[in-house]
Design a protein around this ligand. Structure first.
Ligand code: 3DU
Length: 216
């Protein structure tokens, strides 16, 4: 993934034709497209290969299992063409090590979830986010996922992860602002509904890119 516009499109639609047309419209503005269960369960894993025509694909499978199962899941995503896989860290070091090892085999990347962006993240995740971020560094993940809804948390996670990549969801529909997340230290913001739910997804993406440009 090449850092250009610092925008990642979260493509949580479930229909193939819609996924392709939105990708075509937004590709110029997005450095990557993040897909997850909604799109893959709706259309099949082959959608990853089809979308690589537009941008590098991040598979947000929030992998959270024993090391062997994690390895099988990550391999499937990489075989399908994903450039990166998002995994959970709370399952522990051995699971994360196996994900990173698998990514290395394919010369691809792993991003580790730290604190999530929704209100429920305060119940369990926020207190352990620092530990998850430290483990991501120690296990040599490529980067972490940190909440645009809480720029102060992004700042703290940046302090812990040094020069690892931070990708940050929660902009728009969840209330966060792209400029706040970038100023707090995020490398990329992840935006879903405010782009794919718009009648003019390309224009929405352009607006966010312009906002980010202003705070560089
Ligand atoms: O709220 P949006 O529609 O902009 O989508 C955000 C995307 O990022 C969506 O795919 C969601 O599953 C993902 N995500 C979070 O929202 C929060 C996290 O902590 C991690 C991933």
């Amino acid at each position: 993934m090449q850092k250009k516009n610092q925008l990642i499109l979260a493509l949580d639609v479930t229909n193939k034709a819609q996924a392709l047309s939105i990708s075509k419209e937004v590709a110029y503005f997005a450095d990557a497209i993040k897909i997850g269960y909604p799109l893959v369960l709706g259309t099949g894993l082959g959608i990853i290969g089809q979308l690589t025509e537009f941008a590098p694909i991040i598979a947000d499978f929030k992998v959270a299992d024993i090391p062997n199962t994690d390895r099988l899941i990550c391999s499937q995503a990489f075989e399908a063409g994903a450039s990166a896989v998002i995994v959970h860290g709370f399952t522990g070091r051995d699971s994360l090590v196996e994900c990173v090892r698998t990514a290395r085999e394919y010369n691809r990347e792993i991003f580790v979830v730290t604190e999530m962006s929704h209100p429920g993240a305060l119940d369990f995740m926020q207190p352990v986010a620092g530990g998850l971020a430290r483990m991501a560094v120690e296990c040599r993940a490529s980067g972490v996922v940190a909440p645009a809804t809480r720029p102060e948390s992004v700042k703290e996670i940046r302090r812990i992860v040094g020069n690892l990549t931070i990708i940050s969801p929660g902009v728009g529909a969840q209330g966060g602002r792209a400029s706040d997340a970038i100023r707090a230290g995020a490398d990329y913001v992840i935006v879903g509904r405010s782009i794919y739910g718009s009648k003019t997804p390309g224009k929405e993406a352009e607006k966010i890119v312009n906002e980010i440009e202003k705070c560089r």
